[in-house]
Design a protein around this ligand. Structure first.
Ligand SMILES: Nc1nc2c(ncn2[C@@H]2O[C@H](COP(=O)(O)OP(=O)(O)OP(=O)(O)O)[C@@H](O)[C@H]2O)c(=O)[nH]1
Ligand SMILES: [Mg+2]
Length: 427
C-alpha cells in the first residue's frame, strides 16, 4: 500500500501566523471556550505555527453563512490585518460554505480545529497503514470543500490545513481523487479483514488483551515502555503515537497479557479520523480491559476523562471494562485525590515507576473478576452462535439435547453481554 502524501508535508519554510477564534454558544461558558482555545493553541504549535492573537465571541447560535456573523467577520479581518496573520483558525467545525464565505471576507485562509488535527496526524503518520488512514481522512474532509475556492487561495498551499494533496491539483482531477479514496477504503478494509482473521485464529485459549487509552500526551507510550521495554516513541507533543504497538506483559499472578498502546484522543476528535482509524481502534473496541491513562497535571483532567469516554462510545468501546490510571503523580499534587475520588482507580507515575505494581495487580484482578462460568441454551438452528461461543469462551461442558445444546462456558464480561439472550444461569 503506497501513500501519496508528499514528503513536503513535513518540511516548512516559514512559520505561519495564526489568529484563533472561539464562540461561546448557549450550553458552554467563556471559561470552557478559553480552555478549548488554550488547547487549540497547543495543537497549532504542534502543527508548527505560531498563535499571534485570539478572539472570543458570544452568540445564541452560529450564523449559517459565516459562523460568527458578517459584522464580526469584518472586525476579525481588521485584527488579522493588524497582527499580520496568515490564517484564521476556528475552534468549531466550519461547514464548507462557511469556510468559503469566511475566506472571501477575511482575505486569508480560514480553517477549523479539524483541519489542524488532520495536519498533525499527516505529519506524524509513519506506517503505510497510518499514512493511508490519514490520507483517507484528509480526502474525506477536503473533497466537499474544494468546489468554488478562489484560485488565489487554492494556490497558496503549504500552510496548516492545505498540506497534503495540493488544492490546485485537487481541483484538476477530482474524479481521480474519489477513485483514490475508494482505493484507500478498499485497502484498509483488507487490512481490517486480515487482522480479524488473525484475531479469530488466536481467540481460543488466546491471551487477554489490554488496551492503553487516554487523552493525547497523557503518558500511554511512556507507560508501555516502562512496563515492557517496548522502546516506542514518547514525547511531550500531541499525537506522537498513530500506530498501535502490542507487547506481551507478565502479571504478578503469572498470567501473560497483550498490552496495546494506541492513538491518543482529544476534544472534538474529527469524525473523519475516527472513521479512517477504525481498524486501528479495533484494538480498543475488542480489548478485554481498557487502562485509561489520565494526565493529572493537565489543566482539566476531569474534562479530558469525559472527552475520552465520549470517543470510546463513538467507536463502540463504551462497554469495555475500564481501569483508570491517574498518571504523572510525580509532578501533580492532585493525582492522589483524583485517584481516590474514582472507584477502583490507581495512582501512578509512568516516569518514576511509582504505583505500577499496584496497577499490574489491579489489571490482573479486573481480568479475573471479568471471567465467570455461565450456562447457555442454544437452539440447533443457531449453529452460528454455538460456534461463536466456542471461539470466544472456554467451554467446560456441553450436553446435546433434542432442541439444542446446553453449554457451560467461561465467558468474560464482553462475552456475557454478547450472548445474553441465551443465558440460562450464572450471568
Ligand atoms: N512528569 C511526568 N511526565 C510524564 C509521565 N508520563 C509521561 N510523561 C511525559 O508526558 C509526555 C507525553 O508522554 P507520552 O508517553 O508520549 O504520551 P502519550 O499518551 O503516548 O501521547 P500521544 O501518543 O501523543 O497521544 C512525555 O514528555 C513524557 O515524558 C509521568 O508519570 N510523569
Ligand atoms: Mg503515545
Amino acid at each position: 500500500m503506497t501513500s501519496q502524501i508528499p514528503s513536503t508535508l513535513i518540511t516548512r519554510e516559514f512559520r505561519e501566523r495564526i489568529v484563533l477564534v472561539g464562540v461561546v454558544l448557549p450550553g458552554t461558558d467563556a471559561e470552557e471556550v478559553e480552555a478549548n482555545l488554550d488547547e487549540l493553541a497547543q495543537l497549532v504549535g504542534t502543527a508548527g505555527a505560531d498563535v499571534v492573537a485570539r478572539t472570543i465571541q458570544r452568540r445564541t447560535r452560529p450564523d449559517p453563512a459565516t459562523f460568527i456573523g458578517r459584522g464580526k467577520a469584518h472586525e476579525l479581518a481588521e485584527l488579522a490585518e493588524q497582527v499580520d496573520a496568515d490564517t484564521v483558525v476556528f475552534d468549531d467545525e466550519l461547514s464548507p460554505a462557511q469556510q468559503r464565505n469566511l475566506e472571501k471576507l477575511l482575505g486569508r485562509t480560514a480553517i477549523d480545529r479539524t483541519a489542524v488535527i488532520l495536519d498533525i496526524f499527516a505529519q506524524n503518520a509513519r506506517s503505510p497503514e497510518g499514512k493511508a488512514q490519514v490520507e483517507l481522512a484528509l480526502l474525506r474532509y477536503r473533497l466537499p470543500r474544494l468546489r468554488g475556492r478562489g484560485r488565489e487561495l487554492s494556490q497558496q498551499a503549504g500552510g496548516i490545513g492545505t498540506r497534503g494533496p495540493g488544492e490546485t491539483q485537487l481541483e484538476v482531477d477530482r474524479r481521480r481523487l474519489v477513485r483514490r479514496m475508494h482505493r484507500l477504503e478498499a485497502d484498509l478494509r483488507e487490512v481490517e479483514r486480515t487482522r480479524q482473521l488473525q484475531r479469530r485464529s488466536r481467540s481460543r485459549g488466546r491471551l487477554r488483551e489490554v488496551a492503553l487509552v487516554g487523552y493525547t500526551n497523557a503518558g500511554k507510550s511512556t507507560l508501555l515502555n516502562r512496563l515492557t521495554d517496548a522502546g516506542v516513541p514518547a514525547e511531550d507533543r500531541l499525537f506522537v503515537t498513530l500506530d498501535p504497538r502490542t507487547r506481551q506483559l507478565a502479571l504478578p499472578g503469572g498470567e501473560t497479557v497483550l498490552v496495546t498502546d494506541t492513538v491518543g484522543f482529544v476534544r472534538k476528535l474529527p469524525h473523519e479520523l475516527v472513521e479512517a482509524f477504525r481498524s486501528t481502534l479495533d484494538s480498543v473496541r475488542l480489548a478485554d480491559l481498557l487502562v485509561h491513562v489520565v494526565d493529572a497535571a493537565a489543566p482539566d483532567p476531569e474534562g479530558q476523562i469525559e472527552a475520552v469516554r465520549s470517543v470510546l462510545r463513538e467507536i463502540g468501546a463504551g462497554d469495555v471494562p475500564e481501569l483508570l490510571a491517574v498518571n504523572k503523580a510525580d509532578v501533580s499534587p492532585r493525582a492522589a485525590q483524583l485517584a481516590a475520588d474514582a472507584e477502583g482507580a490507581v495512582c501512578i507515575s509512568a516516569a518514576t515507576g511509582d504505583g505500577l505494581d499496584e496497577l499490574l495487580r489491579a489489571i490482573g484482578d479486573r481480568l479475573r473478576v471479568a471471567d465467570r462460568i455461565v450456562e447457555l441454551a442454544i437452539p440447533w438452528a443457531r449453529g452460528d452462535v454455538l460456534a461463536a461461543v466456542h471461539r470466544e469462551g472456554e467451554v467446560v461442558e456441553q450436553e446435546d439435547g433434542d432442541e439444542g445444546a446446553r453449554v457451560h462456558v467461561v465467558l468474560d464480561e464482553a462475552g456475557r453481554s454478547h450472548f445474553s439472550e441465551f443465558v440460562v444461569s450464572g450471568a
